[in-house]
Design a protein around this ligand. Structure first.
Ligand SMILES: [Zn+2]
Length: 243
């Protein structure tokens, strides 16, 4: 932990106050704190783009969820790999070793690294803690208002959707909260379904059921159309979030 993170986009959390009250009252918003690794923070726009896309995707839940930027960056032993994403980062959050007065159980701590989002595992997410790679690509993303709700496949699109996917897990969502729609020759996968939709059938079955948690059927693996990456949570996902 050394430098201060670039702070455009969403507001910084004050070091004292937010988590310093011995837990959040039930009517306080669920706070997503976005952390950047030291290397991720070298891309000027990554913090603001990450916050803007999270803000945009979560806008329908109103004040129930609030996205903020951590004030400091995180020094990591590596930018990717299961050891860092799924063990090192969650352990540091749990041990309170990320600085400030982070409470690991009352808000989401979401780390963005400069790892390769095309290598597995590209991210990690469980209740309250998540990590996502692809900082350099997220930094290149268009602003949400310039990007439509769904995108043609690109690494930047994959990395941005992955950020929403892992954050969704940290907010308590599962793959069953996602959906995919087919219309006008386009197959659009929402963030919680993501690219699993297009994995080979036997792999897809491990991650996705045929219908989602709200009873919406997913298109069959044979569904034809341009593959599009959705940057909006499904109604089923939004309905499961605090509002
Ligand atoms: Zn997942």
């Amino acid at each position: 932990m050394n430098r201060r993170a670039f702070l455009a986009g969403c507001g910084a959390v004050a070091s004292l106050g937010v988590f310093g009250r011995g837990g959040l009252a039930s009517d306080d918003p669920l706070r997503i704190r976005v952390w950047l690794s030291d290397r991720a923070a070298e891309y000027d726009k990554v913090g603001s783009r990450a916050c803007e896309h999270l803000d945009s995707a979560l806008a329908p839940v109103g004040d129930g969820v609030q996205v903020t930027m951590a004030e400091e960056t995180v020094t990591l032993p590596a930018e990717g790999g299961r050891q860092v994403l799924a063990r090192h980062w969650p352990r540091r959050v749990l041990e309170g070793a990320v600085g400030g007065d982070v409470n690991p159980t009352t808000g989401v701590n979401l780390l963005v690294t400069d790892g390769d989002p095309t290598e597995q595992p590209a991210g990690y997410g469980r209740r309250y803690v998540a990590a996502s790679t692809g900082a350099r690509y997220i930094a290149e993303m268009d602003l949400p208002e310039e990007a439509p709700g769904d995108l043609r496949y690109s690494v930047a699109g994959v990395a941005t959707q992955l950020l929403l996917h892992e954050c969704g897990h940290a907010l308590g969502l599962t793959h069953a909260h996602g959906r995919a729609t087919v219309s006008d020759g386009r197959v659009v996968a929402s963030p919680m379904v993501g690219s699993y939709l297009w994995r080979p059938a036997e792999v897809r079955r491990q991650y996705l059921d045929e219908t989602n948690a709200c009873g919406d059927p997913l298109p069959p693996p044979t569904a034809e159309g341009e593959r599009r990456l959705g940057l909006r949570y499904s109604p089923c996902a939004l309905g499961a979030l605090p509002s």
